[in-house]
Ligand binder design. Structure first.
Ligand code: SF4
Ligand code: SF4
Length: 374
């Protein structure tokens, strides 16, 4: 087929940039699928968005993806124009405001996106799933994510499987995902053991790589794709981004994108590549920088004698406010914590700090969460 000069130049640029991404840290040929070369120009330059196959789902997912805990429809639309195709949302984000923004953004282009939906309701409430789909203006989501933290037994609960099977039979969901930001490794191991889950979305920061290598290997063998969230990547540290993709089981990074400016910075960060020789130095640097910062392992919550949602309180301050600079999301997440498990009930016993592998000044964060958001 004959192609025009514009098409040729577009394709050449994409191939060149993809080749760039495919060299150095990623290793040649590690990007399974490239940008759709049939994309038309509509005023926005199509971006080179490398894609990977999301394990056994066979979905081609853009390695950049958009979390929507704080975003708007223009940002999502622009992301889609730039070739980003995975959008993750939940009916609880910004009290339902976010899911409606996603609906507006994907209207008329549902076929261009892979939709992820986090289950934030009692699993027997099928009406809540229907309501979320209505809000999204679609009949189905591609991946339904069960958020389970610090509880491998619940990950393997037959109720997860029966709920998913029922929703799948209804034609409302296609694939089963697990999202976790507490006891990540244990929860992911439990998920792999069941064989039910098609996709995992854990909190994962690059300095934790060593401890996950065996798990990544198992995921690759079983063709279970990982979407990394809460990675702490940022335009200020663009060199971090490509490091996540040195492991082939990591298929995408999901990050909240709150504005067009943030999206642009995010895209630029994805273009940056790291020579292999610098990778271990950067990971070591991140490891040192992580001392005293929360890695969302969930150990503190498991060790609090008062049964408080300790890691949730720390996350609201350390991640949302201090790292993401997003007070509103921090506050929203803080207010979502059951009051009985909140900062008011902290007895300052310090047992959480004794258990924390990262020496986080947890009591300080618990106090700050109360002062900032109450
Ligand atoms: S505060 Fe410490 S124990 Fe708690 S989740 Fe963070 S790193 Fe883990
Ligand atoms: S200091 Fe507070 S949050 Fe930490 S273990 Fe004690 S009661 Fe729980």
């Amino acid at each position: 087929m004959k192609c025009t000069r514009r098409e040729f130049l577009g394709t050449s640029t994409k191939v060149a940039a993809s080749a760039l991404l495919g060299s150095a840290i990623l290793g040649k040929g590690s990007v399974e699928a490239q940008v759709d070369s049939t994309k038309k120009s509509d005023g926005v330059t199509p971006e080179v968005v490398p894609m990977r196959t999301l394990g056994r789902t066979n979905l081609k997912i853009s390695m950049m993806s958009v979390g929507t805990s704080r975003t708007n429809e223009n940002t999502i639309r622009y992301a889609i124009k730039r070739g980003i195709n995975f959008i993750h949302t939940s009916p609880t984000y910004i009290m339902g405001w976010s899911i409606r923004k996603v609906a507006k953004a994907i209207k008329g282009q549902r076929d261009k996106v892979i939709l992820g939906l986090k289950v934030t309701w009692d699993w027997d409430r099928d009406d809540k799933l229907v309501k979320s789909l209505d809000s999204l203006g679609t009949d189905y989501v591609d991946i339904v994510f069960f958020p389970i933290h610090n509880d491998p037994e619940q990950v393997a609960s037959p109720e997860v499987k029966s709920t998913f099977d029922r929703w799948k039979k209804q034609g409302r969901v296609r694939f089963l995902g697990l999202t976790t930001h507490g006891g990540m490794k244990e929860c992911m191991q439990a998920a792999l053991k069941t064989g039910w889950y098609d996709c995992l979305m854990p909190a994962y920061q690059i300095h934790q790589r060593e401890q996950y290598l065996d798990l990544f290997k198992e995921c690759e063998e079983k063709r279970i794709g990982i979407v990394a969230m809460k990675t702490k990547i940022s335009p200020a540290k663009p060199e971090l981004t490509s490091l996540f993709f040195q492991d082939r089981s990591v298929k995408a990074i999901c990050r909240t994108i709150s504005s067009l400016k943030a999206l642009t910075g995010y895209i630029e960060a994805f273009k940056r590549n790291v020579p292999s020789k610098d990778a271990s130095r950067i990971i070591q640097r991140e490891s040192l920088a992580s001392v005293g910062r929360c890695t969302m392992c969930g150990t503190c919550t498991l060790n609090c004698p008062s049964g408080l949602a300790v890691n949730d309180m720390v996350r609201c301050v350390d991640y949302y406010v201090d790292t993401m600079d997003d007070f509103e999301v921090g506050k929203e997440n803080y207010l979502a914590i059951d009051r009985r498990a909140g900062a008011d009930h902290c007895e300052q016993c310090g047992m959480c700090e004794n258990a924390c592998p990262n020496n986080v000044a947890i009591r300080h964060y618990v106090r700050r969460s109360k002062e900032m958001f109450s």
